[in-house]
Write a protein that binds this ligand. Structure first.
Ligand code: F3S
Length: 402
């Protein structure tokens, strides 16, 4: 393959994979059965991203394993209503076309596991989206590293990836024992799990936490929120929850029979401080509310519809909900989307707040229920951020003030 006997695109891809493998100490390649790549513009590197895909597509590259894509850089249904500069539009469309030429599945979401496209336990995969990597490793038990676009695209074209990092069982054991001190997880809501993830990310860097004391009943959306936060604030690619994660049926299994390298105690005060630190300002007038990072499921859309029922978003506030095509279709059938739109909120499909041209709105202060959105928006949108629960976001949207 590296000699070009299977075509030019396979040759480029193999060269990349071998070089990455050598740099990361892999002694061989393994077969991967699915990949997830970016199809969005990224500040400063969109031309590099287009050039890379163009090179693979022009050389005849085709994904030979199912390859899904992250949200696009445009609202796929309503892009005309956004303040999208024409050169931005052209580049965004170019990226979509290139991924189509390569044969990507047009799911346009960071939650393929809620679109019927999830990997299975033990499956070797190559993914670019950090929140998906955390979910795949920690909730499903698939084997994913945090990888770049060049690696995931090459893996999609060859069906192979270097055997290093979290693809190896011995690297998947926990490092730090996280003890919840005086906290009862049965009273946690989605927001509490998101804050817990952010707190762990801030304190751990890339180590694997083993969280002890979470009671059964944690939902998929709460696991999704925890993973997105832990992966954005730190560079954590995997966490274990004892009794819930598939490779942590017991504390001993989570640590691979070894002693933890460290212990981190988390109490109510620590979470309260973290919750306050996520915002860049403590309150005041807001221009926008942005929810759906990671993309909302139909359950979350239902909760939001319930909160917005009979209310009106202030005329001074833009309210955007981001989700995937499947969750929106279900939400439409259940009447949720109608309720949300009647209240004055926009439902945006196949893109998200940090990957779409939000900065052109010129928002000064936004509010969100997502720590990941709060972390990325000051840079990507250039706005101040107030973090709150979904109830607080809805109240602020109606009053125009947080
Ligand atoms: Fe998904 Fe965009 Fe957030 S890709 S995790 S909604 S920043």
């Amino acid at each position: 393959m590296a000699k070009g006997e299977c075509g030019e695109a396979v040759m480029f891809s193999m060269k990349i994979l071998v070089a990455v493998g050598e740099a990361c100490g892999a002694d061989r390649l393994v077969e991967v059965s699915r990949c997830h790549v970016m199809t969005s513009m990224a500040p400063d590197i969109q031309h590099a991203r287009i050039d890379l895909l163009e090179k693979f597509a022009s050389a005849g590259g085709k994904y030979i394993v199912p390859t899904t894509v992250d949200p696009a850089s445009l609202d796929l249904e309503h892009w005309r209503e956004f303040k999208t500069p024409s050169d931005y539009y052209r580049s965004a469309m170019k990226l979509l076309q290139l991924n189509r030429r390569l044969g990507a599945i047009p799911n346009y979401s960071c939650i393929p596991y809620e679109q019927g496209l999830a990997p299975s336990f033990g499956e070797m995969v190559s993914f670019t989206e950090s929140s998906y990597v955390a979910f795949a490793n920690s909730v499903i038990g698939a084997r994913a590293n945090r990888e770049s676009q060049g690696i995931a695209v090459s893996a999609g074209i060859t069906g192979k990836a270097p055997l290093y990092g979290l693809r190896l069982k011995e690297n998947r054991h926990g490092d730090v024992h996280v003890k919840l001190k005086g906290l009862d997880s049965s009273s946690f809501d989605d927001s509490d799990y998101a804050v817990l993830g952010y707190h762990l990310g801030a304190n751990l860097g890339h180590e694997i936490p083993v969280i002890d004391g979470i009671k059964p009943g944690i939902t998929i959306d709460q696991l999704k929120a925890l993973g997105a936060s832990v992966a954005c604030k730190g560079s954590v690619a995997m966490y274990h929850i004892v009794g819930i994660s598939p490779e942590a049926r017991s504390r001993q299994e989570a640590f691979g029979g070894e002693k933890p390298k460290d212990v981190l105690e988390v109490d109510a005060n620590a979470l309260k401080r973290t919750r306050e630190e996520i915002s860049t300002v403590s309150g005041g007038k807001i221009d926008a509310v942005l929810v759906g990072c990671p993309h909302y499921s139909v359950f979350q859309i239902g909760k939001l519809a319930h909160q917005l029922e009979g209310k009106k978003v202030s005329t001074n506030v833009k309210f955007f909900l981001y989700t995937c095509q499947e969750a929106k279709a279900l939400g439409e059938q259940m009447g949720y989307i109608k309720t949300i739109e009647k209240a004055g909120a926009h439902v945006s499909v196949g893109t998200c707040m940090t990957l779409s041209p939000m900065k052109y709105w010129g928002f000064k202060t936004i509010m969100t229920d997502s720590p990941k959105c709060a972390y990325t928006c000051p840079v990507d949108i250039g706005a101040n951020v107030i973090f709150g629960t979904i109830d607080q976001c809805v109240r602020a949207a109606v009053r125009g003030i947080a």
